[in-house]
Design a protein around this ligand. Structure first.
Ligand code: FES
Length: 154
């Protein structure tokens, strides 16, 4: 009986991780919104929580899913806003992916540059600074770290 329940939770946890990795905005709400108050109390989500400063924060993405020398766009688990991740080896930086011009989500970096598809603003992957307008400011860095193979908020 309880093993079936645990299997359900594991599948759910895996699905939640997938939704986060795919940056599905509603996925986070669906994953975190039900603290089981019925009977069993805390059943303990398997894995995941390594007990650091961001107590229980879901990962942004698996490091293995972030192309080395490039990056990807994923959801910020704290705000549900898009983050653009930039990977160089085992180091990952993250920026708010919302273009400061008119709010369109910028594309992942190519050749060291993140480009906004709306009007062509460009930002340097190394530090998020503005490389080309019409935006007038760069992207805001969001502190992240790699922990147990997962990119998480720092
Ligand atoms: S919204 Fe990004 S360049 Fe205009």
């Amino acid at each position: 009986m309880s093993s079936t329940e645990k299997t359900g939770l594991s599948r759910r946890s895996a699905l939640c991780g997938l939704l986060v990795a795919l940056a599905v905005p509603g996925g986070l709400a669906a994953c975190g919104g039900e603290p089981s108050t019925s009977g069993g109390g805390t059943t303990g989500t398997s894995g995941g929580t390594a007990g650091t400063g961001t107590a229980g924060a879901p990962p942004i993405a698996a490091l293995a899913d972030v192309p080395d020398g490039g990056g990807l766009v994923a959801g910020n688990p704290a705000t549900s806003k898009p983050l653009v991740l930039v990977r160089t080896g085992d180091a990952v930086k993250a920026y708010d992916a919302t273009c400061p011009h008119q709010g369109v989500t910028v594309a992942p970096p190519e050749n060291g540059t993140m480009t906004c598809p709306a009007h062509g603003s460009q930002f340097k992957a190394a530090d998020g600074s503005l490389a080309k307008g019409p935006a007038t400011t760069g992207l805001t860095e969001v502190p992240v770290k790699v922990e147990n193979g997962q990119v998480v908020l720092a």
